[in-house]
Write a protein that binds this ligand. Structure first.
Ligand code: SAM
Ligand code: SF4
Length: 445
């Protein structure tokens, strides 16, 4: 249950659980405490707008009441003029994301026909997302159901060897990009090892991770050395107190540290995923855009999607059109752009640049403009189930096939049969709400 701001404004939601009421009460306390003294509780320097909490810098206050909103514009200007991420000199070796050192690759590969991963609608699937765990060190309200999830027993999860075997087969059949996700992939102690083993696969150009960033700053150097080429860090608010309500945990400063560490280590772009939710963080759109001014940060505004247990409502979705209009009013130079390394045919983000901004802004329009036509993605979840569509119910157990003794050819037959059954497009926004699907934390985004 969402326990934040207008998410509880509807009658339905007000009849909410104790947990949600408590969150609402805390939220009101924070939001209505009225100006600087109230913000003292949540901000180390309420009057400062010179930074948004990176590496111990003073945090910014947030404006949800009349008094503070009067000064929102002034604060935004201050954030912009301070150059939010620009206080440090990023040492970036190259344009484009961190390159895999070819010496890391053992060149072990055996080509399989591309047709195996081509569906009946002509879409070849070259992008595999692997969920490494169902566990997470945050409890995001929009991702984790209110009652938590039943974790799959450990012996039913894919082992590291099974993960690598699946990856190897998919790469042999034409996958050139793998994203490691979860749950929270950094809760796996063997993440560096997995990355290193993936980096040895001939033909795999991109090894990415999507993470909440809580502990990434400590491990990113080792992950980069292991061969991690791209980093997406999820962060839905620049306000530490709001972060705690949204994720039910502390750690905003650590996420900001991870974003900075990724920039410092030369990741370009560092993608920052922001799920926009009305009444929760739609007042921070321009603050997130400010992150792109002086650093190679690609802020990606994601339309909020329905999954089991997340109490999604149509009116909570902040559409691409709305978010874009908000940015255009403040930044008339906002214009469509092809970003380095993005394939226009299959990109899920609509990408934009703003004059004089080093980074970029994107919109992931899963709800208002489906991108099924160019979909090149497949997902393997932590329990070894292959999911050919994020919003499809169909799943095929690769773990069972492997444990039943399938050889590589039989395993790829199983994969290919599932790919051939992939529908041309998923249901529309309103039907998705009623569909049975796993919670996001189990699918892995
Ligand atoms: N724990 C990692 C993280 O948060 O980045 C990886 C897993 S998380 C499920 C992957 C992505 O899905 C995150 O960027 C998260 O914001 C996004 N996500 C989760 N629930 C969502 C929802 N209901 N609508 C849109 N995006 C969602
Ligand atoms: Fe965890 Fe990521 Fe889901 Fe948040 S979005 S609960 S960090 S898996």
């Amino acid at each position: 249950m969402f326990g934040v701001g207008v998410f509880l404004a509807s009658g339905r939601h007000r009849a909410a659980s104790r947990c949600a009421s408590q969150a609402w009460a805390r939220w009101r306390l924070v939001a209505s405490s009225g100006g600087p003294s109230g913000w003292d509780a949540v901000s180390s320097n309420p009057s400062s707008a010179s930074a948004v909490g990176i590496a111990g810098a003073p945090t910014r206050v947030f404006a949800t009441n009349a008094r503070t909103s009067e000064s929102t514009a002034a604060r935004r200007d201050a954030i912009a003029s301070a150059g939010v991420l620009g206080a440090f000199p990023p040492q970036r070796p190259t344009d484009g994301a961190v390159e895999l050192d070819t010496a890391l690759r053992a060149r072990e590969s055996r080509a399989l026909p591309r047709e195996l991963l081509t569906d009946t609608h002509g879409r070849h699937h070259s992008y595999l997302r692997i969920s490494l765990t169902e566990k997470c060190n945050l409890r995001c309200l929009y991702c984790m159901p209110e009652d938590g999830i039943d974790l799959t027993a450990n012996d039913q999860l894919m082992t590291t060897d099974e993960v690598v075997r699946v990856a190897k087969l998919f790469v042999a059949a034409g996958v050139n990009k793998i994203r490691l996700t979860g749950g929270e992939p950094t809760v796996r102690r063997d993440l560096e090892d997995i990355v290193r083993r993936l980096a040895a696969l001939e033909g795999l150009n991109t090894i990415a991770v999507t993470t909440n960033g809580l502990t990434l700053h400590r491990r990113l150097g080792a992950l980069r050395d292991a061969g991690l080429t791209h980093v997406n860090i999820s962060l839905d608010t620049l306000v530490p107190a709001k972060f705690e309500l949204l994720t039910r945990r502390a750690g905003h400063d650590r996420v900001m540290r991870s974003i900075r560490a990724a920039v410092d280590l030369g990741y370009d772009p560092v993608k920052v995923n922001v799920v926009l939710m009305r009444g929760v963080n739609d007042d921070e759109i321009l603050d997130f855009v400010a992150l792109t001014r002086d650093a190679p940060v690609n802020v990606r505004f994601i339309e909020y999607m329905p999954f089991d247990g997340n109490k999604w409502e149509t009116n909570k979705v902040v559409s691409y059109a709305e978010a874009r209009a908000t940015i255009e009013r403040a930044h008339p130079s906002l214009r469509r752009a092809t970003l380095p390394g993005e394939d226009a045919r299959s990109e899920v983000g609509k990408n934009f640049k703003i004059d004089a901004h080093e980074g970029a802004v994107s919109f992931v329009t899963s709800m208002t403009h489906n991108f099924c036509g160019g979909c090149n993605r497949l997902r393997v979840m932590a329990d070894g189930n292959l999911k050919v569509c994020l919003f499809g119910e169909a799943e095929t157990s690769l773990r069972d096939a492997m444990r039943a003794g399938s050889d590589d050819a039989a395993l790829m037959d199983t994969v290919s049969a599932a790919v051939k059954r992939k529908a041309a497009a998923h249901a529309g926004m309103h039907d998705l709400k009623h569909m049975k699907n796993r919670s996001m934390i189990k699918i892995g985004g």
